[in-house]
Design a protein around this ligand. Structure first.
Ligand code: HH2
Length: 286
């Protein structure tokens, strides 16, 4: 699907427009086991405080997730997932009514409950493959949706992932999932696509996708990149501790911006905001 020759890099959220300048989505994992911040913000109070910090540092979206999708992780029950995220969404919006909140889930019940609590965006790492009701829920809510590529499922996805041509396969997959979403009633203007860095990909696959992001931009949807603190950065830099991978994250995001990405899912908001502000200024200078 191509919505026109021009790359699209904005998305409407209610009466606001996000983009075309780089948009930072702060990661808020309300989980005991996420790969880089598991357990840090597990209680609602700690999560809301972290949300406020990320907003103050320049995040325009907060991505609230209640289930880790790190390689090897197990799913949690839908009830447990909703129990973790719904109070956090509600409390963030009570304290910061202007915040834009996205809900990181592939389950329609969780998405519905979070939207009901005020969330604005659904971030579905299964790109609508995880739950047949999801497209309908998104269509009814008329909310922006993020469709991400994943090969396999979190439990096994890093066991020898293979592609004949990773860029073509990821692009074709995202085009097909976008068509599926539109067939289910989702407004094409509300779709954001994401190559799914680290989801069933080797180091070389991740690097190829970041370098050839323009191939995804050509599909006509805004592109989101979630490279933050991921293990491919550790493979390159030798940093085993995920929270130390800030400089590598910044490099990946600045390159991704140069290749056409607009949305950046990050743990370290300030570092990425400053780097992307400089990248934007350089791009504008000529
Ligand atoms: N990555 C993670 C989770 N959700 N959503 C999108 N759209 N893109 C991503 O790259 C992405 C995502 C994994 O990172 P994190 O949330 O930090 O860890 P965990 O899954 O262990 O909670």
């Amino acid at each position: 699907m191509n919505l026109g020759a021009e790359a699209r890099n904005t998305i409407g959220v209610g009466d606001r427009t996000l983009g075309p300048d780089p948009v930072l989505m702060g990661v808020l994992n309300v989980t005991p086991d996420s790969f880089s911040d598991g357990g840090d913000f597990f209680g609602a109070q700690a999560a809301v405080a972290r949300a406020a910090t990320m907003l103050d540092e320049g995040a325009e979206i907060l991505d609230v997730g209640g289930e880790s999708t790190r390689p090897g992780s197990d799913p949690v029950s839908p009830e447990e997932e909703a129990r973790r995220v719904v109070p956090v969404v509600r409390e963030i919006l009570a304290e910061r009514p202007d915040a834009v909140v996205s809900i990181d889930t592939y389950r329609s019940e969780t998405a519905e409950a979070a939207l009901e609590a005020g969330a604005h965006i659904v971030n579905d790492v299964s790109a609508l493959r995880g739950d047949p009701r999801m497209a309908g829920v998104m269509a009814d809510a008329r909310c922006p949706v993020i469709l991400m590529h994943m090969l396999g499922e979190p439990k096994t996805m890093q066991r020898d992932p293979r592609y004949a041509d990773v860029v073509r396969e990821v692009r074709d997959f995202l085009a097909e999932r976008a068509e599926h979403a539109v067939a289910g009633g989702v407004d094409p203007e509300k779709i954001i696509i994401d190559p799914g860095i680290g989801f069933g990909k080797t180091l070389d696959h991740n690097l190829a996708l970041l370098y050839r992001l323009d191939a995804l931009v050509e599909l006509g949807f805004p592109v989101l990149v979630g490279a933050s603190r991921k293990s491919f950065l550790g493979r390159i830099t030798g940093l085993e501790e995920a929270r130390e991978r800030v400089f590598g994250t910044v490099a990946a995001n600045v390159i991704a911006y140069g290749r056409g990405a607009t949305f950046f899912r990050v743990h370290d908001v300030r570092a990425n905001r400053e780097a992307l502000a400089v990248a934007k200024a350089i791009r504008r200078a000529w």
